[in-house]
Design a protein around this ligand. Structure first.
Ligand SMILES: Nc1ncnc2c1ncn2[C@@H]1O[C@H](COP(=O)(O)OP(=O)(O)OP(=O)(O)O)[C@@H](O)[C@H]1O
Ligand SMILES: Cc1ncc(COP(=O)(O)O)c(N)n1
Length: 277
């Protein structure tokens, strides 16, 4: 079974972070392991607080899993501080894991800040250069290219500027744009490739970024080449948003069961052959 690692924060509400990552990996049939960088007290209404895990314990988690399991891909999500980013980069280099997907999480969809400001430079200078693909949303792409959030700029310009930071591919997500199409743009340094799907009219998009990046990491682990991996992940996130998951009172998470409703029948009592004496 292919193994995939997520290095990210915990979302107690189960919609984003580590929890969304492991659900996504399971849905794609890969084995998901996790290194937790921060523990958030969070629900569908927002982030009520968080604490980072000590550098020592982040390093120990990384050594534990990287020395034992064999990862075909990994993703990073909430890394919170420069010090955590540095230890993550050191360990990825030490254990030489390929197929790094970097989701440069900065702010939760609720508006709560999840990354220290000085850590933005560390992401740019140390993490992005070792990434196979980075998956910033529109605002993250603007911040990483030194722009203000209000500035009007095309996905093409953002993607080509970000590519110069040294990653192999840039996928700028257009989820926060308006219009009938949710358009993401991939750039490999030469060509732009669009991934478009219908925009679903909903506020329940908690965890979309975590889910998409985990889906890409899972599909890279399954040996799909990058465009196919993104295409499959885009289909997954679109269906998961469409199905939704009305679990809380705020912005609800996506539904990881969207594609698998029919498989429930396999586990129903009528389909199980039990020997009773
Ligand atoms: N309403 C929507 N309908 C269809 N697709 C969407 C919608 N919102 C986001 N997406 C898609 O979901 C994926 C994640 O994009 P988004 O821009 O929301 O990332 P993000 O802001 O990092 O996510 P998050 O809100 O979890 O931080 C992209 O493929 C995007 O196009
Ligand atoms: C631990 C953690 N990681 C990432 C996000 C971003 O996800 P979203 O923007 O959907 O809130 C989050 N809210 N919490």
């Amino acid at each position: 079974m292919k193994q995939v690692l997520t290095i990210a924060g915990s979302d107690s509400g189960g919609g984003a972070g580590i929890q969304a990552d492991l659900k996504t990996m399971t849905a794609f049939g890969v084995y998901g392991a996790s290194v937790i960088t921060a523990v958030t007290a969070q629900n569908t209404l927002g982030v009520q607080g968080f604490e980072t895990v000590s550098i020592d314990l982040v390093a120990k988690q990384l050594d534990s899993v990287l020395s034992d399991l064999k990862f075909s891909a990994l993703k990073t999500g909430m890394l919170a501080t420069s010090e955590i980013i540095e230890v993550v980069v050191d360990k990825i280099k030490e254990y030489q894991v390929d197929n790094l997907v970097v989701d440069p999480v900065m702010v939760a969809s609720s508006g709560d800040i999840l990354l220290a400001e000085e850590a933005i430079t560390t992401i740019k200078e140390e993490l992005i250069p070792i990434a196979k693909v980075i998956t910033p949303n529109l605002n993250e792409a603007k911040v990483l290219t030194g722009r203000g959030i209000e500035e009007e700029v095309s996905l093409e310009i953002l993607a080509s500027e970000l590519h110069k930071l040294g990653c192999e591919y840039v996928l700028v997500k257009g989820g926060h744009q308006s219009g009938e199409i949710a358009r993401d743009l991939l750039y490999d340094g030469v060509d732009f490739i669009e991934f478009s799907a219908e925009r679903i009219d909903t506020k329940d998009t908690h965890g979309t970024g975590c889910t998409l990046s985990s889906a890409i990491a899972s599909n890279l682990a399954l040996e799909y080449e990058i465009k196919e991996a993104i295409q499959r992940s885009k289909k997954y996130i679109t269906e998961a948003i469409k199905a939704g998951c009305k679990v809380g009172q705020g912005n609800n998470p996506v539904n990881h069961f969207a594609d698998r409703k029919n498989s429930i029948g396999d586990f129903s009592s009528s389909s199980l052959k039990l020997n009773s004496t």
